[in-house]
Structure formats: C-alpha cells, structure tokens
Design a protein around this ligand. Structure first.
Ligand code: ADP
Length: 334
C-alpha cells in the first residue's frame, strides 16, 4: 500500500525557496541597488507613506523575485504575487487591485508581457490609486471609478527595453541588476552550503562560482548537483576535484556555458560563419524560442565577450571561435 508521510518531502523548488535571502542584509552583492533601495524604503517609512513603485530589471536568476519579497518583509507588508502573462484580461487585474490592503506590495513578474488593457488600467492604479471598471458593453457601457488602497508595485522584467514609455515612467525607482562577481557568488555559495549543511571547501566554492555565469540561481543549482556527486561518489565534502568531476558530468564547461549556450555559439560559428545573423534565425537553428535565446543565453554570452549585437545581427567574437577550438577568420571582432 501507499504510505503517506506526515511531513511532505521537500522538492527542489522548496529547496530554492529556503535559499532565498529574507532580508536586505542577507542579500549578497548588488551594493548599489541595495543602497538605493534602502534609501527609498527608509524615506517612505519616515514620511509614513508606501514607497514609490519599483522596477527591477535584469537577466533571470539575479534576485529580482527575492528582492520583491525582501521589500515586503522590510516594510512589514503583505506581498501579492502575479505575472504579466497571467494578466491577460483587465478584469483579473481589477480583482487583484481591489483586494489590496493599504501598504501591500504587489509583485508583477515579467511585467513586459502584460496585455494592453491591463497595462492601461495599471497606469491609473499606479498614479491615482484608482481603477475604472467598465460595466456593460457597447454604447450603454459606463465606467465606474473605484478607489484602491495605496500600495507599492514592484515590477520585474528581463527586458526593460520592451516596456512602453508610459509604464516605465510610472516607476519612481528602477534598479538595474548586474551579473555577480566571482567573490559575490562564493559568498552566495557559502551561505547556501551552511543552510543545506554541505561541507564546502574554499577551492570547491571558487570552482563552482567561476562556472555560474554570474548568476546566484545557477550557483545554487550547481551546488546542489555537486553535492549529489560529493555524497554519492566521494565522502560528501565539496572539494576542487569533486566540483570539477561533477560539473563535467553535467556538461558545464570552464566558463559555465551549458549545452544551449554552446549550441548557440556553435550555430553562429559553424552554420552562419560567425554571423551577422538575426536572432530568430539563430533561435530556429538551435530549436529554441527567440526570447529564450535573447533573454537567457545572450546576456551572459555578451558579457563573457563571446557574442556581439550589431545592427546587422549577432556576431561571434574571436573568443567564441577559440572557445570552440576553432581559428577565427581574419576579420573577426576581437
Ligand atoms: P529572479 O527573480 O531575478 O529570476 P530570484 O530572486 O528568483 O531571481 O533568485 C533565484 C535564486 O537565487 C533565489 O532563490 C536565491 O536563492 C538566489 N539569489 C538571488 N539573488 C541572491 C542574492 N543577492 N543573495 C543570495 N542569494 C540570491
């Protein structure tokens, strides 16, 4: 028969949640953003009003959701969570807004994907704490203004460039999240290892940090994979040789590039002779959505100096050719 455990088994998602920093002081790195945010929160606290709306922009896994939760925690407010794609109908947003309690933090992930009618409703909500609810259809339709409680909107986006001007202008503060340095990632890893009860040696931490593409979520994920290897094939301690051997098994190369990153570079170099090639063509060549290639792979490849965006398309740099063990043509970008 089936034995039901009285304690639900924690899933990998739950593990990710336990690793989330809970307060601003636990949030590693992003010193600039932390300082700016501290001022925004403290200024509002002194004036006794909800802080200005905050936009967090940057690649996935850099801590936008964590920061939204931290903002609510620091304010002692409740966090309501939704996402751009979930707000297809303005009515869904109206329901969410009218349920807000004064001081609540409303988090909208992937806010660049919000549908137009919901976006327009959001303008008024952000500016005047009001929504216009349209009742009826056609010429007889009337709009009823509805007060909503003063709240703080925290929007997160992987592409602030595709936000419309009017939406962007309604945020009082925009934080641009940067990729993390190796030292910061080591700090993230030490913190996570302590929470998970993993013995992490300094050289093991350095190795994982160096292959985490500047991204805490990836650092934490690699730590969990290396921990599996350490427990199954070694004595449990995460040392340099253990980290190297484990990352080899998971196809993470010395730069932290994974299969998809290498597929993108491979297509760019081998199929398109180094480019320039348009993002959609490149995405088709690797069998991925253009948005995945653009928002997930590209930012780090650009930052690692492997790929350049030019007006005519994506171009592989000499470093990309060398990384794939190939000799670049003479005119290749440095
Ligand atoms: P995003 O919303 O930008 O995709 P998340 O906030 O979900 O990123 O972060 C992913 C994971 O990375 C979190 O669960 C957390 O464990 C870790 N993380 C992100 N930023 C930090 C940070 N500054 N300090 C410590 N851990 C972090």
């Amino acid at each position: 028969g089936v034995v039901l455990s009285p304690h639900p088994v924690p899933t990998e998602r739950d593990v990710e949640a336990t690793l989330r920093p809970k307060r601003l002081a636990d949030f590693v790195g992003q010193a600039r953003v932390r300082e700016q945010l501290e001022l925004v929160l403290e200024g509002a606290r002194r004036r006794g009003v909800p802080p200005d709306h905050v936009l967090l922009s940057g690649p996935p896994g850099l801590g936008k959701t964590s920061l939204a939760m931290i903002i609510a925690a620091e304010l002692g407010s409740a966090l309501r969570v939704t996402s751009g794609p979930a707000l297809e109908r303005a009515g869904d947003l109206a329901a969410m807004l009218s349920n807000l309690v004064e001081g609540d933090v409303l988090f909208i992930d992937e806010i660049h994907r919000i549908a137009r009618p919901a976006e327009e409703m959001l303008y008024l909500a952000m500016e005047d704490f009001r929504v216009d609810v349209v009742v009826g259809k056609g010429p007889g339709a009337t709009s009823i203004p509805l007060e909503i409680a003063p709240f703080t909107l925290v929007g997160a986006t992987t592409r602030s460039g595709s936000l419309t001007g009017p939406l962007r202008d309604r945020f009082g503060f925009t934080a641009h999240m940067e990729f993390y340095s190796a030292e910061e990632l080591e700090q993230v890893l030490r913190r996570s290892a302590a929470i998970l009860g993993v013995e992490l040696r300094p050289d093991g931490a350095a190795e994982i940090a160096g292959r985490s593409r500047g991204t805490p979520r990836i650092a934490n994920r690699l730590l969990r994979r290396v921990r599996d290897y350490a427990e199954v094939r070694a004595d449990g301690a995460v040392t340099l040789p253990v980290a190297r051997a484990a990352l080899e098994v998971y196809d993470v190369d010395e730069l932290g590039l994974d299969r998809l990153d290498r597929a993108v570079l491979g297509a760019l170099v081998r199929t398109f002779g180094g480019g320039p090639v348009g993002i959609s063509t490149l995405a088709v060549a690797v069998g991925e959505e253009p948005s995945t290639v653009e928002e997930v792979c590209e930012p780090y490849l650009v930052r690692a100096g492997m790929l350049a965006r030019t007006p005519r398309g994506r171009v592989a740099t000499a470093a990309a050719w060398h990384h794939l063990g190939l000799e670049p043509p003479a005119q290749t970008l440095g």
